[in-house]
Design a protein around this ligand. Sequence first.
Ligand code: DGL
Length: 273
Amino acid sequence: MKRPIGIIDSGVGGLTVAKEIARQLPKEEMIYIGDTARCPYGSRPSQEVRAFTWEMIERLLDENIKMLVIACNTATAVVLEEVREALSIPVVGVVQPGAIAALKVTTRNHIAVIGTEGTVTSGAYVKALEMINEKVKVESLACPAFVPLVEQGTYNREETYKIVKKSLDPLFGVSFDTLILGCTHYPLLHDVIQSVVGDHISLISSGEETAREVSTILNYKELLCTGIRTPRHTFYTTGSTKRFAAIANRWMEGAVTEISKLSLGNTASFSME
Ligand code: DGL
């Protein structure tokens, strides 16, 4: 079926999921919205996250999407259930896939989760992990400094390493073996985080498992695109198209051809080019 998959995030983080969907499902067309102008969502009250997320969803429903991917842990934690109930199309979040991926690789059932304040406070990962395995031990830590680093595109500097190290300090001496990057922005800091925690820790990004879930659901519902097809994806940002393009082109390795500016609610007043 030729209708697009809709993907939303507060900014560029959801590109880590979009990249995996493009890799696993190269015939599928994606329409992506990053609400960069109002990012970060992680420190906002849940009512605000809910309202902003619904604005993106409404916009994507106008594009006749066949499936929605909430590629933002913060938004997933706040609205996934109500969005699923309200929409007739399949809706996939990123928390459950991240939890499943972590449980596959942990050797001692001791997992740490890092995420935004919103995600950590919601306890969404602890619930998702314990729902599958109640014996798992979970450490949770909010890392509010990470998303601004990613949105600014400053992930390979000396300063970045220092900030990441300082943020992860509370986890030192804790004997977990698997670390869930519980925010879709964090895989863009993967190498820095890995060098801080050490190679003996398995890092989990939900992108791969989320894309697998998307694939399974589309297949089961007979919604997959078939035939010869090279899709053209559409990317919208409510913020600076220039900054978004710089990060998107680097991360998506050329799969992003066009980025358009989108106004949602009061984003015009937040925006800066
Ligand atoms: N990328 C998002 C997440 O996975 C949100 C980051 C933010 O806006 O704070 O939680």
